[in-house]
Ligand binder design. Structure first.
Ligand code: NAD
Length: 496
């Protein structure tokens, strides 16, 4: 019997969120089968590491090309299992493919051995650092961007030389399987494997002997993952939710800002970790801006057909949260300028724009993860910055100003800011992505994202004997006096 035959027979169905049709059935992997996957990954990780940067780049680029060639077929599956319109699935895939391309190409430069200066007291040393793969990485992913988000960790972990065991969301396992199966067409070793199931399967992955866990999902689950990993000091990278603000300054291009606000808040049915959930617009432009946002939002329509602006709410349980936030906002004095509670028409939610919502209400404080936006009138940019920062989350932000975008962005306490655009930081493979506070820690994407999946090893090598021997009990009696003189001469004076 092979290890794969040993997978459990208990299964679950993944459903098309728009129609309720079964997309496919998957095993619920228990602790034993998850552990078996990690054990299979161990020798594969060694093989993968031995391919070196150039060997891995060749495989990863072949995988990239396969995905690019079959982008249409894959987008159809994403549409069926996640619900988003096919055009959105194509955009998601395009970005994911670009990240994979960048990670595979940049890994050598970022992680390969490179020399560093050796300083005054070790001038005779050749000092270098290289970044080595952890071994087996457990990747746990969400459903909202079921390719772009997990590949934000998986591409970088693989490029760094790790094997990966991937637990996709229980809402998008077929998409996870497509990724793993397509990789297996390129690499015939269990370098990238799939385990499927619910939270218990993810929890089992955290304690199955993996060398690092890369988690993307809710803050509540992120805390559980840290707790599970604490016992073995297994390192984690935690990418969680957000409550991103968009700031509209007095000198903003209001048409462009309204367009970005509506796209940032309502595309993907608002199910975007760095989506726009709160808007702060200064008083002088507030009325005009709200009118433009409302006009644009009214023109959008949620639906399961090709012509829809965005699709269904993928996770049925989220509908209750969205409804509760709208009800609470209105009960506490808010105004629904577009839509209202009646916009929640399971499995869809039509656009909702709320104004005058108290800052301490759920719709402003908690992640809604639906196509709803709150807009608040503020005195000036200073108040907008204060309110934007007054959140337990700190993932991204968008700033709209002709002249002072940078000045405002510099005062925002979050991981990523887009000036006069929305979400554009997520499109730049070289930019690290991640948040602060309840949005998590560690970074995916960019050089930081590659280093997240490797540990630094520093090496010094003696080039020539030093006249100033310090690391010996036989050092000359005057060594410390010489060192002290040197320190005073070099660092004792105040200079720029
Ligand atoms: P979730 O936390 O419910 O689930 C995420 C994954 O964790 C799933 O695969 C789930 O099965 C697994 N899981 C659940 N309980 C677990 C446990 N105890 N141990 C281990 N794994 C467990 O999140 P979700 O609803 O799938 O995703 C939506 C959330 O993800 C939102 O908060 C969104 O903002 C966030 N998100 C963040 C980013 C980012 O990069 N910062 C990107 C996309 C989504």
């Amino acid at each position: 019997m092979t290890a794969l035959d040993a997978r459990p027979t208990t299964t679950f169905d993944s459903l098309n969120p728009a129609t309720g049709e079964v997309v496919a059935s998957f095993p619920i992997d228990d602790a034993d089968s998850v552990r078996a996957a990690v054990e299979r990954a161990r020798p594969a990780a060694i093989w993968w590491r031995e391919q070196g940067f150039e060997g891995r780049k060749k495989y990863l680029r072949a995988w990239r090309s396969l995905m690019a060639r079959r982008i249409d077929e894959f987008a159809d599956l994403i549409h069926r299992e996640n619900g988003k319109p096919k055009v959105d699935a194509l955009l998601e895939l395009s970005l994911a493919i670009e990240h994979l391309d960048w990670a595979s190409g940049a890994a050598k430069k970022v992680l390969g051995r490179h020399r560093v200066g050796s300083g005054v007291f070790a001038a005779n040393q050749w000092a270098s650092v290289e970044y080595l793969p952890y071994g087996v990485v457990g990747a746990i992913g969400p459903w909202n961007y079921p390719v772009y988000t997990p590949l934000g960790t998986i591409s970088y972990a693989l490029a760094a030389g790790n094997a990966v065991v991937f637990k996709p969301s229980e809402y998008t396992p077929a998409i996870g399987k497509w990724l793993v199966d397509s990789f297996a067409e390129i690499v015939d070793q269990p370098v990238f494997q799939l385990v499927t199931g619910f939270g218990e399967t993810g929890a089992a992955l955290c304690t199955a002997g993996v060398d690092k866990v890369a988690f993307t999902g809710s803050t509540a689950t992120g805390k559980k993952i840290m707790a599970a990993c604490a016992d073995r000091l297994t390192p984690v990278v935690i990418e969680c939710g957000g409550k991103d603000a968009l700031i509209v300054a007095a000198d903003a291009d209001l048409d462009a800002a309204a367009d970005a606000a509506v796209f940032g808040g309502l595309s993907n049915a608002g199910q975007t970790c760095a989506g726009v959930e709160r808007i702060y617009a200064v008083a002088s432009v507030y009325d005009e801006f709200v009118a433009k946002v409302a006009e644009k939002a009214r023109a959008l329509r949620a639906g399961g057909d090709d012509g829809a602006s965005y699709g269904p709410i993928t996770m049925p349980g989220q509908l209750d949260i969205i409804r509760r936030h709208i009800e609470d906002a209105i009960a506490r004095g808010g105004t629904a300028v577009v839509g209202g509670v009646e916009s929640v028409q399971a499995p869809f939610v039509q656009p909702v724009i709320l104004t005058d919502v108290p800052e301490d209400s759920a719709a402003v404080q908690e992640e809604t993860f639906g196509p709803t936006i709150t807009v608040k009138k503020v005195r000036d940019e200073r108040e907008a910055i204060e309110l934007a920062n007054d959140s337990r989350y700190g993932l991204g932000a968008s700033v709209w100003s002709a002249k002072r975008g940078r000045e405002i962005a510099d005062q925002l306490s979050c991981g990523c800011v887009a000036i006069n655009s929305v979400l554009s930081f997520a499109m730049v493979p070289q930019l690290p992505f991640g948040g602060v506070r309840d949005s998590g820690f560690g970074r995916i994407h960019g050089a930081d994202g590659l280093r997240e999946f490797a540990w630094p090893r520093s090496v010094t090598s003696t080039r020539f004997p030093t006249p100033l021997k310090l690391a010996t009990f036989d050092r000359p009696a005057n060594a410390s006096t010489t060192v002290t003189r040197l320190v005073r001469a070099l660092y004792g004076r105040t200079r720029k």
